[in-house]
Design a protein around this ligand. Structure first.
Ligand code: PHE
Length: 350
């Protein structure tokens, strides 16, 4: 083997030993770099004759090309190896089962609220929303509830900071303040027509939401839900209340023979007032009277606080308990189950 063949062999061996691109570039410099072996051989030709230069030069070039080819091959081999390593590291087992996403569902009380909104929506009722921290005025005073009414007592109501002694703030004890809030907005919207003595479009609204009372046992929770209903116009009577609420209950419970009873009662903001009871004709609750709502014809003082003339505008209001309706619809016997957040219970309503 001549000296040039040996050189090519040693370059191949050097390149083969390089396991990283950096090693390989260093090895390359030893042969093809400015001070590399091939470069030195070229420089060493200066003393040769023209004839010798030709043969020697050609031979060196062959060696140089062989080394360059070896270098390119090794570069490619290293790049391939790196790619293989990367592919292996990022390997994806496409046969693994996918990650399951838990399927959520609406809370049973939310299902009831949606159902209430849909049914009253079909009867032309708007849906209104209002604050849970309420002022004494909207929760009590505007609703004709006197200073000495027991509902105002500390034992029944959660008072919160922020108001004054004369006008305290509280967690609303019912959704009835929405009667005033919504009516006042409605009247404002139709101020011009009212001032011109023209007819105002009727107020027809429900207001579902959270309410709070100092109360806690199997059928009472300090936080519970209510849904207010209000219908005010020039000719809205107790009969309309009966028709609307009967229709609602029969649709809600999908029971055409459901019977309703309007039992005389008292609320400061309605006169006359009635408690609404329902009776199923079949099923596990058949024959029992179950209270589902308070109701009545809106008191003239309340109509006045809405900004309307009680001589001209009249109507009814009701307030029902969606939690109770949910218990009856699904046969749940403990209200606290709704608020414990136990998935074993909640997932049954998916
Ligand atoms: N707000 C009353 C309650 O919480 C229910 C009610 C609403 C009664 C509207 C009459 C009219 O008990």
């Amino acid at each position: 083997m001549n000296e040039l063949d040996t050189l090519v062999e040693s370059a191949r061996a050097d390149f083969a030993q390089a396991t990283t691109p950096v090693d390989l570039e260093n090895a390359k410099a030893r042969y093809l770099g400015k001070a590399g072996r091939i470069t030195e051989l070229m420089k060493g030709m200066g003393a040769l004759s023209v004839e010798e230069k030709k043969t020697r030069g050609a031979a060196i070039n062959v060696a140089k090309q062989a080394i360059e080819t070896a270098l390119t091959d090794r570069r490619q081999a290293l790049a391939d190896a790196e790619l293989q390593a990367q592919l292996k590291a990022e390997a994806l087992d496409v046969s693994l089962p996918g990650r399951q996403r838990g399927v959520g569902g609406l809370h049973p009380v939310s299902l009831t609220l949606e159902r209430i909104e849909a049914i009253f929506g079909s009867m032309g009722f708007e849906v209104a929303d209002g604050p849970e921290i309420e002022s004494d005025w909207f929760n009590f005073t505007a609703l004709n509830t006197p200073e000495d009414h027991p509902a105002r007592s500390m034992h029944d109501t959660f008072y919160v900071e922020g108001g004054s002694a004369k006008a305290p703030n509280l967690l609303r004890t019912h959704t009835s303040p929405m009667q005033i809030r919504h009516a006042v907005q409605h009247v404002k919207r139709h101020r011009a027509a009212l001032d011109a003595g023209q007819a105002m479009p009727e107020i027809r609204v429900i207001a579902p939401g959270r309410t709070y009372r100092v109360d806690s046992d199997a059928t009472h929770s300090p936080m519970f839900h209510q849904c207010e209903g209000l219908w005010i116009g020039e000719n809205v009577s107790f009969k309309d209340l009966k028709v609307v609420f009967t229709d609602f209950c029969r649709t809600f419970f999908e029971s055409d023979d459901l019977v309703l009873r309007f039992r005389p009662s008292f609320f400061p903001f309605t006169e006359p007032s009635a408690e609404i009871d329902i009776q199923f004709q079949s099923g596990p609750l058949a024959g029992r009277w179950l209270e589902v709502a308070g109701s009545g014809q809106v008191h003239p003082n309340v109509v006045r606080n809405m900004g309307l003339d009680p001589e001209r505008y009249i109507g009814f209001a009701f307030g029902m308990g969606p939690d109770r309706l949910t218990m009856l619809r699904y046969g749940v016997n403990d209200l606290r189950l709704f608020f414990d957040g136990d998935v074993r219970f909640l997932s049954q309503f998916r």
